[in-house]
Design a protein around this ligand. Structure first.
Ligand code: G3P
Ligand code: MG
Length: 327
């Protein structure tokens, strides 16, 4: 956006990674509150700089996560500012509106409500299928699961891999062994929302993420069939997720209205902690990327696998560097 004199507004917008940049496990990274306060206008030019949060995390509704983030970060985070690993599925629910789908991840049946809030109408979880007994609960013998979505990191890998195998190898007809009878039901679509092999919690060593579950499932499937199963992968660094996030950010800028003219000219800054997902994704989307040393990447082990525009000690230094650079 052209810089007006006086209350000049920057042609700048940010997309923040959450785990390892703003939050680590249950604790807020000390510099995060100050960094976001600067973007909310606490700077000598009174700039209000638009930003969103983009995470491979999830497992709850955007509204619930925003409520928690607002309390943790001391700034108002609204669902129009948050892209979780599974938020992109909001755009895909219509094509499954009349179909039975399996949703994995999170605690017990917690993700059913999230999937239904996106518009999915016939949502089942591994526990529904595990508990299946025609005399008592849902009878799956007449249902066909057409897609399985790994919304969030599964807790019980053994159960989830077993149920996924049952559903996939029966072409969606749970409890039946698929035998070719002349009709060819399409294969079950398998969609993962977070490719992270590792992520940073408050534990001093990075934790296994949903990408590790995907590798475990594929290893078992390959041992049984000799091939890996075709999947759809969303989440950072995939292009669909960055395209979705960029649309959200432009919508956010519209919401702010003040930055209307910046719509065509913003130069995006992404502050991530994980070179494999965040830097790779930002670079692929043509965004500038600032890698911080408070997450998966700590800088001790040489240069990162994907080259960021800049490496900062923490998110506050990242924001200050980006604003300084725009001047
Ligand atoms: O499951 C959470 C983890 O994969 C990383 O989240 O915020 O660093 O993308 P984030
Ligand atoms: Mg992170």
């Amino acid at each position: 956006m052209e810089r007006s004199t006086g209350n000049a507004q920057p042609s700048l917008a940010f997309a923040f990674d959450i785990d390892g940049v703003l939050i680590r496990g249950a604790s807020v990274i000390p510099e995060a509150k100050r960094a976001l306060a600067i973007l909310e206008g606490a700077n000598e030019m009174n700039w209000k700089i638009p930003y969103i949060l983009i995470t491979n995390g999830g497992g709850v509704s955007e509204t619930e996560r925003c409520h928690k983030l607002t309390n943790e970060l001391g700034v108002n985070i609204t669902p129009s500012m948050l892209v979780q690993a599974h938020t992109i599925l909001r755009d895909h629910s219509r094509e499954y509106a009349d179909q039975d789908v399996l949703v994995l991840g999170g605690r017990r049946n917690g993700l059913r409500q999230v999937a239904e809030s996106y518009g999915f109408k016939h949502v089942w979880t591994p526990l529904d299928i595990k508990a299946w007994d025609p005399q008592y609960v849902t009878d799956f013998s007449s249902k066909r699961i057409s897609a399985a979505f790994i919304f969030h990191d599964p807790r019980n890998w053994a159960l989830d891999i077993q149920i996924l195998l049952d559903v996939i190898r029966s072409r969606g007809f749970v409890g039946k062994v698929y035998t070719y009878d002349g009709t060819e039901p399409p294969p079950v679509r398998l969609v993962f929302c977070n490719p992270d092999l590792l992520w940073r919690s408050e534990f001093p060593v990075s934790r296994l993420g949903q990408g590790a579950f995907r590798e475990a499932f594929q290893a078992v499937y390959k041992s049984l069939t000799g091939v890996t199963y075709p999947i759809v992968q969303y989440g950072k660094p995939t292009k669909p997720t960055y395209d979705f996030a960029e649309r959200m950010l432009r919508q956010r800028i519209l919401e702010l209205v003040v930055y209307l003219l910046a719509l065509m000219l913003i130069s995006l800054r992404c502050t991530p902690d994980n070179p494999e997902s965040d830097i790779a994704g930002a670079n692929g989307a043509g965004w500038h990327s600032i890698l911080v040393r408070t997450g998966v990447y700590e800088g001790g082990r040489g240069s990162p696998t994907h080259k960021p525009t800049y490496i900062a000690d923490n998110v506050l230094e990242a924001v200050q560097w980006a604003i300084q650079r725009e001047r």
